[in-house]
Design a protein around this ligand. Structure first.
Ligand code: NAD
Ligand code: GLY
Length: 375
């Protein structure tokens, strides 16, 4: 733990790929945030047209203390642009600027920028160093940590990607000040997620501090980010490549990814889909006997209190259940075409399970109808 005021550090323990997550204020401006990282000829910042005008100039100033040349690549904004075309813009810039294997890539933005920049770093010259500077709550508590990088395919979310760890993660709390309310709520979905799967005391804390989180209290946000990163670090430290345990971090994501793909990428924010997906997964967990109705209601209420949707969208007016099932089969957790869900075995404990199609169908039916009773 770093003793400097207002700055915390969480370590991801992965042998020679270990790294620190710094959580604090004004980290973007502070050249000390870069201590211990490679210095060299060139750094490339990958950001987007929304975030770059807000924060790139400050980061460039800090980077110029260590790198002779600092370049900026601005991608189009949004989940709908998380594809090959945007990835190629990064490769175009790296090649045009004659970047070599020592070039350090800095991902400045939310999860979309972080996932694409990380994937580009994994691929360019078979791997160059990169640093995550997440600027959304969702990215600070989840996507910048743990080394999953990817782009979407029209047939499935995050289906093309690589595991590739950053050298460091800088969570600058001040960047959350410019985040739209809807995006803050989306990030809260991934914060809430950590409670049911790993830590019900944290779940209690989130319930008690939801108003403070939505009001952007720096203390509340700092604690939420730190605890979320600690839980994620513990899971990733045990199962970096998701051969088992790490899948619990996908609680709510099987239903959620179907919502995102089925609605068209970007229509529902990732966090919104995960929030609603967690309610659906909690209903399934109850049907499988892991939790009771009061748990489902408590989770639903917390998701709602975060400003997130709890009624699932209809994806197909003719065969809604069929469409959900079809989309959920294109999931990295599926095995031999069988969908596998993260379910809550008991409050604070999760595992992977399959479920009968008719049980899943009933969960989809009542979730889209906005019914509160469980299957
Ligand atoms: P996002 O990257 O689209 O960012 C949300 C919006 O906020 C964008 O319009 C962005 O330009 C804007 N923005 C970002 N920072 C801002 C700031 N400080 N001020 C104002 N506007 C700002 O979305 P997200 O929610 O950050 O990330 C979602 C993505 O993350 C999805 O693609 C999801 O699949 C991915 N994800 C990846 C992992 C992982 O482990 N790699 C985990 C969870 C989610
Ligand atoms: N967001 C899920 C994971 O990192 O595994």
């Amino acid at each position: 733990m770093d003793e400097r005021p207002h700055k915390h550090s969480v370590r991801i323990d992965l042998g020679d790929r270990s790294y620190e997550i710094f959580i604090g204020h004004r980290l973007i401006d502070d050249p000390a945030s870069l201590d211990g990282l490679p210095a060299g000829a060139s750094a490339v910042i990958v950001s987007n047209v929304t975030v770059a005008p807000l924060y790139a100039a400050r980061l460039i100033s800090a980077l110029q203390t260590r790198f002779r040349q600092v370049h900026l690549v601005e991608l189009p904004d949004g989940e709908a642009h998380k594809h090959w075309g945007s990835l190629n813009l990064i490769f175009d810039a790296l090649l045009e600027k004659a970047c070599d294997r020592k070039t350090v890539l800095f991902a400045l933005g939310g999860g979309v920028v972080g996932d694409m920049a990380g994937f580009a770093a994994a691929c360019y010259m078979r791997g160059i160093p990169f640093v995550q500077i997440p600027t959304t709550l969702l990215a600070q508590v989840d996507s910048s940590v743990g080394g999953k990088t990817a782009i979407n395919h029209p047939l499935g979310k995050n289906m093309i990607g690589a595991f590739y760890q950053p050298l460091r993660v800088l969570c600058d709390l001040d960047t959350l000040g410019s985040l739209p309310d809807r995006e803050l709520s989306a990030g809260l979905a991934e914060v809430i997620k950590y409670g049911p799967i790993a830590d019900m005391a944290f779940f209690d804390w989130i319930e008690a501090h939801m108003a403070a989180l939505r009001a952007r209290s720096p203390e509340a946000l700092s604690h939420a980010i730190r605890r979320s990163c600690e839980i994620k670090a513990a899971v990733v430290g045990q199962d970096e490549r998701e051969s088992g345990l790490r899948a619990i971090l996908n609680f709510g994501h099987t239903f959620g990814h179907a919502i995102e793909a089925g609605m068209g990428y970007g229509a529902w924010l990732h966090g919104e889909a995960v929030g609603c997906g967690m309610v659906m997964a909690a209903r399934l967990s109850r049907a499988l006997g892991g939790v009771d109705q009061s748990f489902v209601e408590r989770l639903t209420e917390l998701v709602r209190a975060a400003g997130l949707p709890t009624v699932a969208p209809v994806l197909d007016g003719h065969d809604n259940v069929g469409r959900y099932l079809q989309l959920m089969r294109v999931d990295k957790k599926a095995e031999a075409g069988a969908i596998r869900f993260v379910v809550i075995e008991g409050p604070g404990r999760a595992s992977m399970q399959s479920a009968p199609d008719d049980m899943v169908a009933e969960v989809i039916r009542i979730s889209c109808a906005g019914e509160t009773q469980c299957v």
